[in-house]
Design a protein around this ligand. Structure first.
Ligand code: GLY
Length: 345
């Protein structure tokens, strides 16, 4: 069983560690640290709050707003935090996004590090350097691309994670296997029962693998101009489903992956049998699969930030472990969705 892991990116000047979190003290090396967290974590882990001066924010997606950013900036000024400080984001994706964004603009930039507490944070949100807030009802419209000093993954924090939030991150792990590795997909299928017991120990090697796959792409394309967009598999529809249906990101991405799989079949890239097998496995894993291609999804897709010259870089699945990016217009997606409706999955 994997109990420690380290990915060093010399290109991006960031480190991802997996192991017991008390080792972050060596990395922080007498720096002036300010912890940023949310109310839920503050009550679950009061001993962590004793370690550093802190700022506590309300829990939930609404916190990812410019007004909260202003609140944190004011707090940092009040606390007389100077440029050699390290802001340590202790929480899920909302907290790490806020921390990375605030650190990138406070006094024109201070260092930041992440101690993610959710599975989604460990495999996705706290990795990659994109940190932002929602704006005018659209996700992650305002933000920065800037790498953390380090991300420290301690899976013992998953012990307090509610099951729905486990599934939220698990959907991203499943996504990684679908686009990169048939071996991992088979591993998930084979160990389904044990993985779903959500014991952190069993997740560590899957997390390390997801980190490795993601970091390699981020190294190639840190600003998300092309190559790393493969990670958006399931996210075009996922984002609009998240906005309209107000469900957790990973659960929306699960439905978004089902949409992308159906469109991949309609486009002739993926076999119907394989698509059926994947969707059945999603169901066995407890991931949501119900989705309709609603007209409003296409309206929102038009406004989506992935739109380039009226087109969308859409991610199609070719087989398990292999996906591709194709620049398509919304009308093509509508036509594929129409065709997908008459295919039985
Ligand atoms: N913060 C998530 C990413 O950069 O992909």
């Amino acid at each position: 069983m994997l109990d420690s892991y380290h990915f060093r990116s010399i290109i991006l000047k960031t480190d991802i560690y997996l192991g017991a979190y008390h080792r972050i003290f060596t990395l922080l090396n007498n720096r002036h640290v300010v912890l940023i967290t949310d109310e839920n974590l503050a009550s679950l882990y009061p001993h962590v709050l004793k370690l550093f001066p802190y700022i506590v924010l309300p829990a939930g997606e609404e916190t990812k707003s410019l007004s909260r950013i202003e609140f944190v900036l004011n707090k940092l000024m009040e606390m007389k935090v100077d440029r050699d400080a390290v802001l340590l984001g202790f929480g899920g994706g909302v907290i790490t996004d806020i921390t990375g964004f605030v650190a990138s603009i406070y006094k024109r930039g201070v260092s930041f590090a992440f101690l993610p507490t959710s599975l989604l944070g460990m495999v996705d949100a706290a990795i990659g350097g994109k940190n932002g807030v929602n704006f005018n009802g659209i996700k992650n419209q305002i933000g920065t691309v800037n790498q953390a000093l380090f991300t420290w993954i301690d899976t013992s924090f998953l012990n307090t994670l509610p099951y729905l939030h486990f599934l939220n991150g698990f959907a991203e792990l499943v996504k990684t296997s679908l686009i990169f590795s048939k071996k991992t997909w088979v591993n998930i299928q084979t160990n389904r029962e044990i993985i779903l017991k959500t014991k952190p120990d069993y997740l560590q090697s899957l997390i390390a693998e997801a980190v490795q796959h993601k970091m390699k792409l981020v190294e190639q394309d840190p600003y998300d101009n092309y190559h790393r967009q493969i990670l958006n598999f399931g996210h075009s529809f996922g984002h609009v489903i998240e906005m309209t249906d107000k469900i957790l990101h990973g659960l929306a991405v699960s439905k978004g992956m089902v949409a992308a799989i159906k469109l991949s079949v309609a486009a002739g890239y993926l076999s119907r049998n394989l698509a059926k097998e994947i969707i059945q496995e999603f169901e066995a894993l407890g991931l949501p699969i119900d989705m309709d291609f609603k007209a409003e999804y296409f309206i929102l897709l038009d406004q989506d930030k992935k739109q380039v010259n009226k087109n969308i870089n859409f991610i199609f699945l070719k087989e398990i472990g292999s996906a591709m990016i194709e620049n398509v217009d919304t009308d093509t997606l509508k036509k594929l969705a129409y065709d997908a409706r008459s295919i039985s999955f």
